[in-house]
Design a protein around this ligand. Structure first.
Ligand SMILES: NC(=O)c1ccc[n+]([C@@H]2O[C@H](COP(=O)([O-])OP(=O)(O)OC[C@H]3O[C@@H](n4cnc5c(N)ncnc54)[C@H](OP(=O)(O)O)[C@@H]3O)[C@@H](O)[C@H]2O)c1
Length: 307
């Protein structure tokens, strides 16, 4: 089987390295035209155990060349529309969108043929990518994957073994909302607190202002998720915050804070706007999320003006 990985950064690099190291699948890397991986197609994975180094024979910067039977989408969701448009010719593929947020699967379904299967997936891994050394660094050992079919029916005989080569714990949910809402609660609440209060993951539970914002935003996600048949509780987010008290999370930030500091676009559409759209569909008010979105957009506008 051939697997393509579109977006070889932290998550894509992790997936590609694991597949290349542990399977006989042919792995195609899909990068941007300015990527150093085109000239030096090696990746290294540092996950706290024995470091792994692998090389790749198939690297492309042309989305028209994408030909995996399974295609992982691991770019930031800010690039989605351009990429989705460029993939509209593909048929009979299985797309796995391993991105944060909600709603990208139905967006992709509008661009590609109905013969494709679209899967949404999340993981609690925390990884970063050292561009200079082509190295993926793992900041935790939460190598889980929760996924669900969003359109079409995936074959468990193909997918489960593939995902099990990458992740230690693979779980299929009954629908895309059940797969996405639990992580969305973390993304919405913790990204906001991390960025607006300049707090690393370790500080999110300890600092009162972070905790209060996280609980207020989580409460809104819990209310909306319930309307979509997904049961979440405040204890779920409290348990996650307590995990962040471990020393390895000191000085490690949520991705939106990292993107902001690097001057990159923020994943606000995929995480906040899509959630607000869903809240409208089920007629639930989410004032705290809307306020936070405004503050994040103001920060981002100031950033664009100053660069
Ligand atoms: N990092 C984590 O720990 C983590 C954990 C769970 C979920 N996530 C989610 O996973 C997704 C990916 O995050 P990430 O941290 O892996 O991001 P990342 O490190 O920035 O990787 C994304 C990669 O995609 C590349 N890219 C952008 N546009 C592209 C295009 N048109 N064609 C090919 N490649 C393209 C980027 O290249 P450039 O750098 O040159 O732009 C970058 O190498 C996000 O939705 C994130 O929220 C991340």
């Amino acid at each position: 089987m051939k697997v393509s990985v579109i977006g070889v950064g932290a998550v894509g690099g992790f997936i590609a390295t694991k597949l290349q190291h542990h399977t006989s699948n042919s792995v195609q890397l899909v990068v941007k035209p300015n990527s150093p991986i085109l000239l030096d197609p090696h990746l290294h994975l540092n996950n706290g155990e024995q470091p792994v180094s692998v090389s790749f024979e198939n690297v492309t910067a042309d989305l028209q060349d994408v030909d995996g039977d399974v295609i992982f989408m691991t770019t930031k969701s800010t690039s989605n529309l351009d990429i989705f448009r460029a993939l509209s010719h593909l048929q009979h593929k299985t797309f796995i969108l391993l991105q944060n947020g909600i709603g990208a699967e139905s967006q992709l379904a509008r661009y590609v043929d109905k013969t494709n299967t679209i899967i949404g997936a999340i993981s609690h891994i925390k990884v970063s990518f050292d561009r200079e050394h082509h190295r993926v660094n793992c900041h935790n050992q939460l190598f889980n994957c929760v996924y669900a079919d969003a359109s079409g029916d995936s074959s468990p005989d193909v997918l489960e073994p593939l995902l099990s080569h990458i992740f230690d714990d693979v779980q299929k949910k009954e629908n895309i909302f059940a797969a996405r809402f639990p992580k969305l609660m973390v993304s919405i609440s913790c990204n906001a607190a991390s960025l607006l209060f300049d707090a690393c993951m370790h500080q999110l539970y300890q600092r009162k202002e972070c905790r209060e914002l996280i609980l207020a935003l989580s409460h809104e996600v819990i209310t909306v998720a319930a309307k979509f048949g997904v049961t979440l509780s405040i204890e779920d987010i409290e348990n996650i915050l307590q995990l962040f008290e471990a020393p390895q999370y000191q000085g490690v930030y949520f991705s939106m804070k990292e993107d902001h500091d690097k001057g990159l676009a923020l994943e606000v559409d995929g995480i906040y706007r899509s959630f607000i759209d869903l809240s409208r569909q089920v007629k639930v008010q989410v004032p705290e999320t809307k306020k936070v979105l405004e503050r994040l957009l103001q920060l981002n506008t100031r950033l664009s003006c100053s660069t």
